[in-house]
Design a protein around this ligand. Structure first.
Ligand code: NAD
Length: 500
């Protein structure tokens, strides 16, 4: 186990950081009207990093009102596409100039290894921002082939105010996935980040203004989900909620929408994704490695984590053995600010307790604790849990059915192709899935049969901005990334023109 020695380059940089901690409303960074604050805590030490202004209902109402007013004034919604594009490109450039700061902010607040921030989250954010910006003047309408003396145009227009509600597991990147396509399509935005992780969202809001974004078009109101998130999702002045978070809260968002103005809802929710290894896998070592990364990276706090590993009975013991060896050599819990660390702490004490509770449930249900299961020695001051694997798991067990959202994998044995498909689909979720095989028939057949928004064959979590991101079943509705994400922030209008 690594000890937390706070001496590396990023530890020193973190000590020099200053923080933006206010609400971003109407182009200003302001205090909450109640003066209440939220403590921002570093989960690797449980030390307080800083305190952030905690928005209240009146602040949220103010943000929604100004966003609506700016939309109606057309300062952004009617801005010539090229001018909107110039501002958004500049915004991306400003974020890039501060890439190290953004990496530090999310690592400090949620414990993600700094290496992941620098290689995945920050570049992913920039690619997303620039891609949706490129889409702005590619949005098109059409005319239909209809009767004489008529011009029928189908045009697309922005929705109005889009409320974005984001989780803590990829604070910056999820904010960009939600906010950027909404802005690109010409909407005004109110963002409510997760309470554990507001700092990068506030800085994003500030840089939008510095890039020339008009005040009041992109507002950020940190605070409680059950208060502010509910207010945003229940407002009849909000035309859409773009939500990423748990299935439980996602269901509430649909309810709030139904009880208010039937606003559009785009919901990217939880998962319990199957990662299937057939006995004809071409490169078992590679499959083992990718299976390990796809559950332990980001501490397993990944919606699309391959948390249910389904392995053919012929290679079951060999796979588990190799998986243990690779994981124990690679995912050694440590200081997330150390660039060599591959696994940091969970986001908070509550999450650590929840994950440890699942580990106890797994033992009680009869799963075999193959490795891990404890708080790592020497790291008790933080919210750490060892990378953990249960083998001999039946798919009906709680640890195979529920999203643990921590570094806990289950390994389930199967014997036939149909057996693998049935086990894979035996879940309320349908976000992602992966399979490893050298048989073309198996690859096509299983990919087709899996009830999942995304399927990877001989790989996992690959993709680029052209790949729509989202799930089936209780993993949500709508898609992030891709052109579809921008289009989903517009509405169509048919204009039927009669002439003589
Ligand atoms: P969460 O559902 O607890 O919170 C998400 C957001 O909703 C937060 O901003 C929170 O403050 C807010 N919220 C909480 N209660 C609310 C309410 N009653 N009304 C409105 N808003 C409310 O989720 P989390 O713990 O922050 O994130 C983890 C979850 O997110 C996991 O389930 C994970 O799978 C999911 N996730 C999904 C994707 C995806 O693309 N499908 C991506 C990342 C995370």
């Amino acid at each position: 186990m690594k000890s937390i020695e706070k001496t590396n380059y990023y530890d020193n940089k973190a000590r020099e950081l200053s923080f933006e901690t206010g609400l971003v409303i109407d182009g200003k960074i302001i205090k909450s009207s109640t003066g209440e604050m939220i403590e921002s805590v570093n989960p690797s030490t449980n030390d307080v990093i800083t305190s952030v202004q905690k928005g209240c209902v009146a602040d949220m109402q103010q943000a929604i009102d100004i966003a609506k007013k700016r939309f109606q004034q057309g300062v952004w919604s009617r801005l010539e596409p090229r001018k909107r594009m110039n501002i958004m490109y500049k915004w991306a450039d400003l974020i890039e100039q501060k890439k190290e700061t953004f990496a530090l902010l999310d690592t400090l607040e949620m414990g993600k290894p700094i290496d992941e921030m620098l290689t995945i989250d920050v570049p992913g954010t920039l690619i997303n921002l620039r891609y949706v910006t490129e889409c702005i003047d590619k949005l098109e309408g059409k005319t239909t082939n209809t009767r004489d003396n008529t011009l029928h145009c189908i045009i697309s227009q922005p929705l109005g105010v889009v409320g974005c509600i984001t989780p803590w597991n990829y604070p910056l990147m999820m904010a960009s996935w939600k906010v950027a396509p909404a802005l690109a399509a010409g909407n005004s935005v109110v963002l409510k980040p997760a309470a554990y992780t507001s700092l990068s969202s506030i800085l994003m809001g500030k840089l939008f203004l510095e890039a020339g974004g008009p005040g009041g078009v992109f507002n950020v109101v940190p605070g409680s989900g059950s208060v502010l998130g509910k207010e945003l999702a229940s407002s009849s002045d909000v035309a859409k909620i773009a939500f990423t978070g748990s299935t439980e809260v996602g269901k509430l968002i649909f309810r709030y929408a139904g009880e208010s103005n039937l606003k559009k809802v785009n919901a990217e929710l939880g998962g319990k994704s199957p990662h299937i290894v057939f006995d004809d896998v071409e490169d078992l070592e590679k499959a083992v490695k990718i299976c390990s990364h796809m559950i332990y990276e980001n501490q397993g706090e990944v919606c699309s984590a391959g948390s249910r590993i389904l392995v053919h009975e012929k290679i079951y013991d060999e796979f588990n053995e190799k998986f243990k060896k690779y994981t124990e050599e690679t995912f050694i819990p440590g200081n997330p600010l150390d660039p060599s660390t591959k696994i940091g702490p969970l986001v908070a004490k509550e999450q650590q307790q929840s994950v440890l509770g699942y580990i106890e449930a797994g033992k009680e249900e009869g799963g075999r604790l193959y490795f891990g299961g404890n708080i790592p020695k020497g790291l008790e001051q933080g919210c750490y849990v060892e990378p953990t694997l249960f083998t001999d798991v039946d798919n009906s067990m709680k640890i195979a059915q529920e999203e643990i959202f921590g570094p806990v994998a289950v390994s389930v044995k199967f014997n036939t192709r149909d057996d693998a498909i049935n086990i894979a689909n035996d879940t309320p979720f349908g976000l992602a899935a992966g399979l490893w095989t050298s048989n073309l028939n198996t690859a096509h057949k299983v990919a087709k049969e899996l009830e999942s928004g995304m399927v990877w064959v001989n790989g996992y979590m690959n993709g680029d901005m052209t790949m729509p991101w989202g799930g089936w079943k209780e993993s949500g509705q709508g898609r992030d990334k891709s052109f579809e994400a921008v289009v989903s922030n517009t509405q169509t209008k048919s204009v039927w023109i009669n002439y003589k």
